[in-house]
Design a protein around this ligand. Structure first.
Ligand SMILES: [Zn+2]
Length: 151
């Protein structure tokens, strides 16, 4: 791996951390019927709006001692886990696709992100929306056919 490959792998991983933070929002809000585009993130215990500094993936979780800055309620380690998992998957997807086509990493990332949202919603005992399965299938077919025709 060249220096530029390592740099792009790290960039993909960091991008994945931030996307993972958004996936946490989707996993929490979709089953509750909440708007996930608008509406600020808030503490599920005290309801206080979270500031930008409270939302830095993994870092905020560790820096705040795994507790809400405002009410000191413990924050589930699952938020950081989802962020790290997404970061890791994005880095791996970059490594896997860089020899085929660097743009292939985008639909593969989207596939991984949709799969994570569906899996965690299922894990929480809710039913993911049907549209999410369509998104998942769409990106899956795109990645499979792209990889098949460019390999
Ligand atoms: Zn709180």
């Amino acid at each position: 791996m060249s220096g530029i490959d390592i740099a792009f792998t790290l960039i993909s991983g960091v991008l994945g951390l931030f996307i993972g933070s958004f996936l946490n929002v989707l996993i929490y809000r979709i089953p509750n019927g909440e708007d996930f585009v608008r509406g600020r993130s808030h503490c599920p215990k005290c309801g206080h709006d979270l500031a930008a500094l409270d939302l830095v993936p993994v870092f905020s979780f560790l820096a705040l001692g795994r507790r809400c800055r405002y009410c000191k309620a413990p924050i589930s380690g699952r938020y950081a886990f989802v962020e790290l998992l997404t970061g890791g998957l994005f880095a791996i997807s970059w490594i896997l696709t860089r020899g085929i086509s660097p743009w292939l990493a985008l639909p593969l990332d989207a596939f991984c992100a949709s799969a994570l949202v569906a899996l965690f919603i299922l894990h929480d005992g809710h039913r993911p929306p049907k549209a999410l399965y369509l998104v998942l299938a769409g990106f899956g077919v795109l990645v499979a056919s792209w990889a098949l025709f460019t390999w």
